[in-house]
Design a protein around this ligand. Structure first.
Ligand SMILES: Nc1ncnc2c1ncn2[C@@H]1O[C@H](COP(=O)(O)OP(=O)(O)OP(=O)(O)O)[C@@H](O)[C@H]1O
Ligand SMILES: Cc1cn([C@H]2C[C@H](O)[C@@H](COP(=O)(O)O)O2)c(=O)[nH]c1=O
Length: 192
């Protein structure tokens, strides 16, 4: 099963993925976690470009769209492993939410794997900005308002669960376990 966590910067994806991984392993599942952008050469280049002051401008966004799609192709084989639950911190859905134009981003990601389940951590933009360093140019209120809105629209196109990420870490974690349990045949009463 391929589960993708999405959400604006600082939504709590990496925190929640670690907690979910531990819980699934405690329940006997084999789990592998992935992160996009990856630590490949392409991913490292992306991380540099994300810090450019002009990162949100049209042509830099198009460049990022190309690089994110290329970086993603490098991990496609890993997503085919059916012996484990694969949990990914971001996917091509991030490109649809952050980059433009959408029709072109869709073409670039034609061969990207669709998730079996999308978990969208929905966080208020002001909280996102407070939680992040501001090092990346995307981490600003005006830009993230649009991204948050895009995510809520995109979630309708996939098997998805939207989680209120404004709550404390433990509440968000138990909300995630509750929605994921039925997909994995875990009995709801076994959730702590
Ligand atoms: N529910 C929460 N309440 C308060 N703070 C939180 C919560 N979840 C995570 N945080 C804190 O917010 C920051 C960002 O969390 P985290 O790295 O898990 O988010 P992320 O979505 O993976 O971020 P990014 O998209 O920037 O990689 C961290 O300092 C983390 O400790
Ligand atoms: C995969 C992907 C990511 N992004 C953006 C989203 C974030 O601002 C950064 C990634 O860093 P983080 O550690 O997850 O905060 O890149 C994007 O714009 N498009 C994508 O496809």
């Amino acid at each position: 099963m391929y589960i993708v966590f999405e959400g604006i910067d600082g939504a709590g994806k990496s925190t929640q993925i670690q907690l979910l991984k531990q819980w699934l392993e405690d329940n006997g599942f084999r789990v592998e976690t992935l992160v996009e952008p990856t630590d490949s050469e392409v991913g490292k280049l992306i991380r540099k470009i994300l810090q450019r002051p002009d990162a949100t401008t049209d042509n830099v966004q198009k460049t990022l769209g190309l690089l994110f799609a290329a970086d993603r192709m490098l991990i496609m084989d890993k997503l085919e492993d059916k012996s484990k639950i694969i949990i990914s911190d971001r996917s091509f859905i991030s490109s649809l939410a952050y980059q433009e134009p959408v029709d072109w981003i869709e073409v670039l990601n034609k061969y990207a794997k669709k998730p079996d389940l999308l978990v969208l951590l929905d966080l208020d933009v002001k909280k996102s900005v407070a939680r992040t360093s501001g090092e990346d140019t995307f981490e600003n209120e005006e830009f993230l308002i649009g991204v948050k809105d895009n995510y809520l629209k995109l979630a309708k196109n996939y098997t998805s669960e939207i989680i209120d990420a404004n709550n404390g870490v433990n509440k968000v974690s138990s909300d995630i376990k509750k929605v994921i349990a039925p997909y994995l045949g875990i009995c709801p009463d076994c959730i702590q």
